[in-house]
Design a protein around this ligand. Structure first.
Ligand SMILES: *[C@@H]1O[C@H](CO)[C@@H](O)[C@H](O)[C@H]1NC(C)=O
Ligand SMILES: *[C@@H]1O[C@H](CO)[C@@H](O)[C@H](O)[C@H]1NC(C)=O
Length: 387
């Protein structure tokens, strides 16, 4: 009996495919979902450069660039396989990589896919354009074999970028993006990678999970087909998805020191591995920054002296009746020994179609604290403190 149980466990854990993620500091805030970003692009008040002050030794632009981190991992496309680094993004649903045809600087700095070198590639002759907060790509659709760890998907439709914006997409350490949100966010007529894994039963359970480490000794991980429970402490708390587009849930309160700082009438929270910070409505973020940072430095409401960290309150988020604390050493990032950066950002008031007047995006700042499970079988998100 004991042996049977043991064998059962081994078989189960073998069904989970784990892809290690590299964490790297990057230029600006990482990638965001295209819908979000279309809106962001129109609006410049949050432009980072607006805050920079050429007279200062450190412009806040540089500070922010320095502080943001992205996580990415390896996939292959084609036969024989061509290897790419992709950002596994729960805030979008498309897969794309640069094409060998792309001459933009942001493509030549990255690995480019060569369809001629793949015997399984099929062109689709459909033009596409994707717009993210961090930039945009124009290209065409094609289909080929994709491999993620030992998971193989034949005839996966993906984008080949032929023209990419400079700026963030040029600076990021990954080549392309692999979206893990719902199919309703994907380019019309295409099936996202995870839907193919699920529908063709390449994986045993229709779930994936993220462990984003905050410590260098721990390796970040995305896992497909099951949950390795050694990556979290305590029980997973399940939260129903409210709209099957983003990984979106209902949040009921946000407090600091007993003061309501957001979500006073209830709100929606988007759990997004492709966003670095905690993003909310500008007027609320402005008030939070005033509350926690009455004496900004470098002319920037997000910059403060690191001495302040010990006296700052913990942010408490209540989701589905459970309180998720976010202590100051998580929502504050260190730029240098003395200069710190508050990881809140405004801008979500311009988001549409989220069925709410108040939206918060819980990015990597939150996900370093909480291991997250995305369950397409039951349309729910599981959260537990990261191990
Ligand atoms: C790439 O896109 C930019 C902006 O839309 C445009 O000005 C440029 O001509 C395009 N380049 C190519 C090679 O298509
Ligand atoms: C993270 O590292 C610590 C210290 O080495 C270790 O105790 C812990 O088990 C690691 N956690 C995971 C999930 O690997």
């Amino acid at each position: 009996m004991k042996w049977l149980v043991l064998l059962g466990l081994v078989a189960l854990s073998e069904c989970i495919v784990k892809i290690p993620l590299t964490k790297m500091k990057t230029m600006q805030e990482a990638i965001r979902e295209k819908q979000l970003l279309e809106d962001f692009l129109d609006e410049q008040p949050h432009s980072l450069s607006q805050h920079s002050d050429p007279d200062k030794k450190f412009s806040s632009h540089q500070l922010k660039n320095f502080q943001n981190a992205v996580y990415f991992g390896t996939i292959t496309i084609g036969t024989p396989p061509q290897e790419f680094q992709v950002n596994f993004d729960t805030g979008s649903s498309d897969l794309w990589v640069p094409s060998v045809d792309c001459q933009s600087p942001s493509c030549s700095k990255h690995k480019r896919f060569d369809p001629q070198k793949s015997t399984t590639f099929q062109p689709l002759n459909q033009k596409i354009e994707l717009v993210y907060g961090s930039g945009s790509m124009k290209g065409v659709l094609g289909s080929d074999t994709i491999q993620i760890g030992n998971l193989v998907i034949v005839n996966q439709i993906f984008g080949l970028s032929q023209n990419q914006s400079s700026g963030v997409l040029e600076q990021v350490p990954y080549d392309g993006i692999l979206g893990l949100a719902y199919p309703s966010l994907a380019i019309q007529g295409t099936t996202p990678v995870f839907d193919n894994l699920k529908n063709r039963e390449v994986i045993s359970e229709p779930v994936f999970a993220f462990y984003l480490s905050s410590r260098p000794e721990n390796i970040s991980m995305v896992m497909f087909g099951g949950v390795d429970h050694t990556y979290h402490k305590g029980k997973l708390q399940w939260i129903p998805v409210t709209q099957a587009r983003f990984w979106q849930v209902a949040m009921s309160s946000m407090t600091m020191n007993g003061n309501v700082v957001g979500c006073s009438q209830g709100c929606q929270a988007v759990v997004d591995t492709g966003t670095s910070l905690l993003v909310g409505p500008t007027h609320l973020v402005t008030d939070i920054l005033k509350l926690i940072n009455p004496n900004p430095i470098l002319n920037d409401e997000q910059m403060l002296s690191c001495d302040a960290i010990n006296s700052l309150p913990t942010l408490l988020l209540t989701i589905n009746g459970i309180v998720y604390p976010v202590p100051p050493d998580y929502y504050i990032q260190r730029f240098s020994e003395r200069i710190c950066f508050i990881s809140f950002q405004g801008g979500t008031e311009i988001l549409k179609n989220l069925g709410t007047s108040e939206t918060w995006i819980l990015g990597d700042v939150f996900l370093r604290l909480y291991f997250s499970v995305y369950d397409r079988g039951n349309n729910r998100i599981g959260l537990a403190p990261a191990a």
